[in-house]
Ligand binder design. Structure first.
Ligand SMILES: Cc1ncc(COP(=O)(O)O)c(C=O)c1O
Length: 397
């Protein structure tokens, strides 16, 4: 996959020596810019906008998110707890399958509890009734699968054949809809407005008979709304029309768009050798700190990276960067670094606030990057979290 990172923005003038290495640095001003765009979509269309914690759950920024958005969406009990502890507004929880022992707390913490199948709703209905009898107020939703593939890569396409995500829309009946307050679908990944429009065209015919009885329709995430070339006016018109046509409150729950281009991951070159081309070991590991580099896969953009020659990388002075772990494939990519690759050189990968910080591991005992909050408007800089040996030990026994 291609990285969709934009330009470095204010990070172009950030002195990498001001933070630890490795370290995530998030720019609060850029985060606010993104949130302002999302809030504007919500205000103009009257849709509610939730921030998807799975993408970005740096809870020290929760109050900033809460200033702009209507709440958060969570993926299960632990994110729901995080949401209720730190975040403002509504909590919508969706999980591919709930466990019995989590149900009571999820129902208590969430405003919307969204199930992946009618079978799970039926199984947990006694919990729903008991919670309601206790006076708890929440809505029940069903995630449907639109059976409409739009993804570039099947791995990121919930409508891919035999997908487990969502109840196949062609199996939806009146009885199913009778159990729920709202419908949820999530069908996109880093996409523009048109794939959403096409998905809705497919979904429309199946749910039109229920317009009037659905209290809300949640369009999931994957909308790359804060990317400069996203078709925002079209989205606003579409969301407003949808609310009018369906009589439902419309929700979107972007994750990546909240933190797009809002953070970097700073690293340091530890050693440089030669094996048919320059090879450097750095203190950032693809597998431990940016697993999507291997999983997607994709090549993260580097701050100040020099352009590659069209022919042959070794001729162009590119250096292969890899992490300190034992995994042979712990390779980030080939880069022309902004300065000579020597031990001690600092560098940074762009657009690392979302889906990197939330996915880090300590495989091989590789230390976790510390987390810093910078504000490019005031130049204020704060280390909000540093991890140590105890964090590594605490995850094992
Ligand atoms: C149900 C659901 N909602 C929201 C999101 C957030 O998507 P994104 O971060 O691509 O906007 C995801 C991502 O996988 C999701 O599965």
């Amino acid at each position: 996959m291609e990285t969709k990172a934009g330009d470095p923005g204010a990070f172009a003038k950030f002195d990498l020596a001001r933070v630890d290495s490795p370290a995530f640095v998030v720019d609060a001003a850029k985060l606010r810019d993104n949130l302002r765009i999302l809030a504007d979509i919500g205000e103009r269309s009257r849709a509610k906008v939730l921030s998807a914690l799975k993408a970005f759950s740096m809870w020290s920024t929760a109050s900033i998110v809460g200033e702009y958005l209507d709440g958060v969406c969570t993926s299960g009990l632990w994110e729901a707890r995080l949401a209720s502890e730190f975040y403002d507004g509504e909590i919508a929880t969706y999980c591919a399958a709930y466990k019995e022992e989590d149900m009571d707390e999820i129902l208590r913490l969430s405003d919307h509890v969204i199930f992946n199948s009618p079978a799970q709703i039926e199984r947990f209905w006694p919990y729903v009734e008991l919670a309601r009898a206790r006076g708890e107020i929440f809505h029940i939703g069903l995630r449907i699968n639109p059976l409409h593939p739009e993804g570039e890569v099947p791995k990121y396409d919930p409508s891919a054949p035999h997908s487990r995500l969502g109840f196949p829309i062609d199996q939806l009946t009146e009885d199913h809809v009778g159990m729920i307050d709202g419908i949820h679908f999530h069908n996109l990944c880093e996409q523009d407005f048109e794939p959403l429009h096409r998905t809705w065209d497919k979904v429309f015919d199946f749910i039109e008979p229920y317009f009037g009885s659905l209290k809300w329709i949640n369009l999931g995430g994957g909308h790359h709304i804060t990317r400069a070339d996203y078709q925002r006016d079209e989205l606003v018109e579409f969301l407003s029309d949808m609310a009018e046509d369906t009589g439902a409150q419309i929700y979107i729950e972007p994750g990546e768009a909240v933190a797009l281009d809002a953070g970097i991951l700073v690293g340091t070159v530890l050693d440089v050798g030669w094996n048919g081309m320059p090879v450097a070991i750095v203190d950032i590991s693809a597998t431990c700190h940016m697993p999507d580099v291997i999983e997607a896969p994709y090549r993260p953009a580097m701050l100040g990276e020099l352009p590659m020659d069209e022919d042959g990388m070794d001729e162009s002075g590119a250096v292969r960067l890899g992490g300190p772990s034992c995994l042979a494939g712990d390779v980030i990519g080939d880069y022309r670094l902004p300065a000579a690759a020597e031990p001690g050189l600092r560098f940074a990968f762009l657009d690392q606030a979302h889906y990197s910080m939330v996915k880090t591991t300590t495989f091989n005992g590789v230390p976790l990057p510390s987390i810093w909050l910078w504000d490019s408007e005031t130049d204020g800089l704060e280390c909000v979290r540093r991890f140590d040996y105890e964090d590594f030990r605490g995850r094992l026994s």
